[in-house]
Structures are given as C-alpha cells and as structure tokens.
Design a protein around this ligand. Sequence first.
Ligand code: SF4
Length: 224
Amino acid sequence: MCSALRMDRASKAARIQKLLSDLFPAPPIPLAHADAFQLLVAVALSAQTTDARVNLVTPVLFARAGTPARMVELGPSGILEAIRTCGLAPTKAKNLHRLSQLLISRHGGQVPASFEALEALPGVGHKTAGVVMAQAFGFAAFPVDTHIHRLAARWGLSNGTSVVRTERDLKRAFPESEWSTLHLQMIFFGREHCPARGHSPPECPICSWAGRTRERRPAPPVGA
Ligand code: SF4
C-alpha cells in the first residue's frame, strides 16, 4: 500500500475515534456483573441474545449461583431454568455447568487472565475471551462482534472478509491504549445509529463522510 493511502486510513481512523469519543465519552460496560466470573457467564449468555435480556436473567441466576462452586451445585437443569428465555439456553446451561467445573479443577475456582486458558473453556470463543480480558482484567483487546465487523467494513477500515482480519485491521488503525474503549464505543454507535433496515448514509455522523458510498459529505475537521 502506498504511503498516501496509509495516511488516508490513519487520518480517517483518527477522525472516527474523535467522533466516537465525542458521542460516547465514557461508554459503560453493558452487562451487569460483580466480578470476573459473573462477567464471563454474562458474556457467554449474550451470544444470540440481547444484553437487555441477559441483564434480566443474570440477577436471578447469580442470586442462586454467583460463584463456580454454586453453579456446579445448581446443575445444568437448575441453570437452564434460570436462563430459559435466552437463545440457545439448553446448550448454554450445559456449557456454564462444565465451564464452572473446569474453573474449579484447572484454575482453583478463579477465572484465568489468559486468552488461551479462557478459549479452552466450553462456549468461550475468541470474542468472549477478549471481552473478559479487557473488561475484567484491563488487557488491551479489541473483541469484534458482528456489528463491529460490519461497521469496520462500512467505514473502509477493513475489507470485511473475516472477523480475524477485521480485528487485525482495527488494531493497526487505532492506538492500543484505546482498543477496549473503542470496542464499546462502536457497539453503542451501532445500537444507536444503525437501524435494522433502511439506513441512510447521508444522515449518519460517520458513514456520511467515511463510508463506502457515493453520497459523502466533506470530512469534519479533527478538532470539530
Ligand atoms: S450509514 Fe447506517 S449502517 Fe452505516 S454506520 Fe451509519 S447508521 Fe450505521
């Protein structure tokens, strides 16, 4: 890639970061939790389920089983009863039970601060591990969900071929110290600005100038 194109992507990323910071200066962690274990459970539950639904279910679940030992005691059927309204509930109940057993047998009942150890747990993929590493342990991570994957492609920051490539491109585009915050800011941006249908690039604060569309306005100045 020539240096002019690299400069273009770098200045576009800087403008996007500034706009996201102005729109969401302190994005909260969307999933309610009291510790790393509860965050791990909540993120695992959020697959194919809205965060709002997970936040309705977890207070009941954690009142009965807020630790790995109590989750094991509750058993797959007790977990299923508490999470029944989540998508893929039977599979998630089995995974949470087994995951809790493994936390006890492999990690002394603690959540490991390691991508490798987290991804070895049932129902925990790279995105879930990244959320836990960033939000529970403060590691620099850029978990890419389907919304972030789509936005990165729309804004021309990645080519959209795979989430692996999107994560690599976003990590190159933004400073490491901002990855975890940008992950949350992009999620909130997608929820607030991307309707399920009929999106209008000219009305969008970012797609209007950065998007891959013919209808673009001039980019706002960095200090705007
Ligand atoms: S144009 Fe629509 S889909 Fe694209 S980022 Fe803006 S709101 Fe989202």
